[in-house]
Design a protein around this ligand. Structure first.
Ligand code: PLP
Length: 427
């Protein structure tokens, strides 16, 4: 978290004090570091360059669902990033952010006809198809609009990602992708459809993976399938190994991104040299969390301290509607006091104002705080704002992007009237 650090006892985002940001934009407030975003993206880009794939042969498709703010997409697009989307809405965001739809891949188990039409009209790079019925629907829709849809099949390699069950996606019991055993038949079916062009293969076994062994196991299974397909005359131009390298929330020790990519490229290159005379294959990645997770924090103001017999509560103005991860996965976020003070520390559960006992942000933290103080919830850049809701008619927080000394408001705070603007009373 080097881009969020204390200076004279006050937590800063790059060169700007969080206290200054809250004075200007209010609380709760999502704060992102542009330098951190770029650095994280570059850890992927540099690994691609180190494997001789600086200009071609690799594509990083940032997973839009992890943080979909237009400014975030724009910064990454300027770095050369492609995008992995899971809805038509996300495609519209990519376009609104001034990024290239031809670098978009479209994942997700439930793509609608309208979403397919939109994606075809923008000539996206590839649909990651997750079932046979989806394949037939896509063929039909592409036929209607006179296009050929480039596809990859998302295969489910039945590999245990050893992560939280809600974010594990590569096991047989998960809803994602086609079963490994069925993949050949699905590809044969795809190859026979007139409005479908088979270009790739993909998998995504889960999120917040700390070890790359399951990812490399999935890669080996994908490689095996590509060989089988090749033997049948179906040639695959790209393989996409999904997202999933984890980040440090607490005391995790994730494999460095560069090491993981290095191992992927080494395996791919050795395999291509041995079986394909060195003919290359494009390699794609779909990282989300590892690009934006540690590039963002959520700042919140302490409202009340409640000292009970068993527990102390710090009631803050952010809640589960702003940052859902603790309520949803019992996720751990670091909590820092924005202005360090010489007062007695106590152990608190940090909770929000929402009327649910599940509305907590952190439990059992030792904090030296008084009402009115600011707290920073760390590593909140991914699956923070994108999962935020308006539960309890709470407007979503404002978002700012800090770039050195400069501060950009990249999303205004929602006002109550915004929240019911689409509603009407019956006459
Ligand atoms: C969510 C998702 C990702 C991103 O996962 P991270 O763990 O954030 O890197 C990539 N691909 C697919 C298909 C996803 O659903």
């Amino acid at each position: 978290m080097s881009h969020f650090s204390y200076r004279s006892g006050v937590l800063h985002a790059e060169n700007v004090a969080l206290t200054t940001l809250v004075k200007q934009f209010g609380s709760p407030l999502y704060v992102y570091s542009k330098a951190a975003l770029i650095e994280n993206y570059q850890s992927y880009a540099k690994a691609c360059a180190a494997a001789g794939r600086a200009k071609s042969g690799a594509l990083i498709c940032y997973s839009v669902k992890s943080n979909a703010n237009l400014a975030v997409l724009n910064v990454l697009g300027q770095q050369g990033s492609g995008f992995d989307i899971v809805s038509g809405g996300e495609l519209q965001r990519v376009i609104a952010a001034g990024c290239d739809p031809k670098k978009v891949i479209f994942s997700g188990v439930g793509k609608g006809r309208e979403e397919m039409r939109l994606a075809l009209s923008h000539d996206i790079l590839c649909f990651n198809v997750e079932s046979i019925p989806e394949l037939h629907r896509l063929n039909e829709v592409a036929g209607e609009v006179g296009k050929v849809a480039r596809i990859s099949l998302r295969v489910n390699p039945n590999v245990d990602a050893k992560t939280h069950p809600y974010i594990s996606t590569g096991l047989k019991e998960n809803k994602f992708g086609v079963a490994y055993e069925d993949a050949l038949d699905c590809y044969r079916a795809a190859a026979a459809l007139p409005h479908i062009e088979v270009v790739g293969i993909d998998c995504h076994i889960g999120s917040q993976l700390l070890d790359d062994a399951p990812l490399l196991e999935a890669l080996d299974k994908v490689i095996e399938l590509i060989d089988q397909l090749h033997a049948e005359g179906i040639d695959i131009h790209h393989l996409d190994i999904g997202g999933g390298i984890g980040i440090v929330y607490h005391d995790e020790k994730p494999v460095p991104v560069g090491d993981y990519l290095g191992r992927v490229f080494a395996r791919v290159d050795a395999w291509r040299a041995k079986k394909y005379n060195g003919a290359t294959i494009d390699v794609m990645f779909e990282p989300g969390r590892s690009i934006v997770g540690n590039a963002g924090i959520l700042v919140t103001e302490v409202q009340y301290l409640k000292h009970g017999e068993d527990k102390n509560f710090a009631i803050v103005d952010a809640a589960m509607n702003d940052l859902m991860r603790p309520a949803l996965y019992e996720a751990w976020h670091g909590v820092e006091v924005v202005e360090q003070k010489e007062i007695a520390a106590q152990i608190y559960d940090v909770v929000g104002p929402v009327c649910e006992s599940g509305d907590w942000l952190a439990k059992g933290r030792t904090l030296a705080i008084a009402p009115g103080d600011l707290l920073a919830l760390l590593s909140a850049g991914a699956y923070g704002m994108t999962m935020a809701s308006n539960y309890n008619t709470r407007g979503r927080a404002a978002e700012v992007l800090v770039d050195g000394d400069k501060v950009h408001l990249i999303r205004k705070r929602e006002q109550p009237a915004d929240l019911f603007a689409l509603e009407s009373i019956i006459s």
